[in-house]
Design a binder for this molecule. Structure first.
Ligand code: SAH
Ligand code: SF4
Length: 349
């Protein structure tokens, strides 16, 4: 894949005219059809725990927020959710959680991953999204059967990262984690928040260059949505949901146009801004959806941002509504398939 041209990326991200925006999305959709097709792959998300040792300024489950009731699923609950996804023919699951790196947690995850692998006849794909860990931990989880890992860099700009995190949250360390994951053999996913306080279009251009430079296989990015119990609750005085949504959709479209064969998720945060936000994401070039399969009794406590949708819908209903939504835009669901990023399989990419 040729290196994207910065000036061109900036030009595309700067489009605001409605007709030009429509054209941009159509162009991205053509590239999507050509490089990854119009099948949508599902990753059922299990929100394993909201216990987190970190304190990111934007996140509703940061350790400093004492208004959250903390929970951790039992092994049984986590495995049952994953196997539900398997029965529904979802090709894979994502296990996501606040960050912990104590020995008990590392063992717990290893056990869950190997049990899911075994009980799904080694068929269900397993992605982890459990934050920064040591190389040894990543290796153990890989050996247990996880094969993809999502670790958003949040922003590729060090200074901006510093403004959004306490001093001991280290951007360099996070980048190294992404590289380590890749070296171990995971399909590597990263992403950023879009529309962050202090973020400029130039920063977003840098983010796309970062995805290219780090040779990323999967991108999961979404709009930043303020959460009332965080230090950034009021950091965007001019916060406007429609503009935030447009900017996030533009990022998806431009990533598709310049990076071509990567998997791009249409994330739940898009749906939080508009009920059909995820369908709009698919039409702007995304090809992955991550339905929430966590038991509804825990969902209220996994509020990373304001207005997270489907809080009281059970996973079954979510599936029914998703099928309708996807067929309404003329796409098909890739049931029982891993839906790997074609980028990952390219020998020379
Ligand atoms: N603890 C892990 C995984 C769970 S958090 C980690 O941080 O990697 C998953 C993602 O939620 C984060 O990467 C971040 O991009 C997103 N997130 C957190 N707070 C958010 C907010 N206010 N608006 C939008 N996304 C948010
Ligand atoms: Fe913890 Fe992840 Fe939230 Fe940061 S973004 S506070 S690491 S759950």
């Amino acid at each position: 894949m040729i290196k994207p041209d910065r000036a061109e990326v900036l030009r595309l991200l700067s489009v605001t005219d409605k007709a030009e925006l429509t054209q941009l999305f159509q162009r991205a959709y053509e590239v999507k059809k050509q490089f990854v097709g119009t099948k949508v792959y599902f990753r059922g998300i299990v929100e394993l725990s909201n216990v987190c040792k970190k304190n990111c300024y934007y996140c509703g489950i940061r350790s400093g927020n004492s208004d959250v009731e903390r929970f951790t699923l039992s092994k049984d609950e986590a495995v049952t959710s994953a196997l539900w996804a398997y029965d529904q023919q979802y090709g894979s699951v994502v296990i996501q959680s606040g960050e912990r790196d104590d020995a008990q947690f590392v063992d717990f995850i290893e056990d869950i991953v190997s049990t899911i692998r075994e009980k799904s006849n080694h068929e269900l794909g397993i992605t982890l999204s459990l934050g920064e860990q040591s190389e040894e931990t990543y290796k153990r989880w890989y050996a247990a059967g996880a094969h993809r890992y999502l670790l958003r860099i949040e922003t590729s700009n060090r200074e901006l990262y510093r403004k959004l995190h306490p001093a001991d949250h280290d951007w360099e360390y996070r980048v190294n984690c992404i590289r380590t994951l890749k070296r171990i053999g995971y399909q590597s996913g990263t992403g950023v928040m879009i529309g962050l306080p202090y973020q400029t279009l130039e920063h977003l251009v840098d983010d796309i260059m970062f995805f290219y430079d780090e040779d990323i296989d999967m991108i999961g990015m979404g709009p930043f949505i303020p959460h009332e119990d965080t230090p950034l609750a009021n950091a965007l005085p001019e916060y406007n949901e429609a503009e935030h949504l447009d900017l996030a959709l533009k990022m998806i479209a431009v990533c598709r146009i310049v990076l071509k064969d990567v998997n791009i998720a249409s994330t739940t945060a898009l749906q939080a801004l508009k009920s059909d936000g995820r369908e709009m994401g698919l039409l702007a070039g995304a090809n992955i959806i991550m339905p929430n399969i966590t038991d509804t009794k825990y969902r209220g406590n996994y509020q990373l941002y304001r207005g997270k949708p489907c809080l009281d819908e059970n996973a079954n209903l979510c599936r029914g509504c998703l099928e309708k939504r996807i067929s309404s835009i003329g796409e098909e669901i890739g049931y029982a398939q891993w839906g790997d990023s074609p980028h990952y399989h390219k020998p020379d990419s």
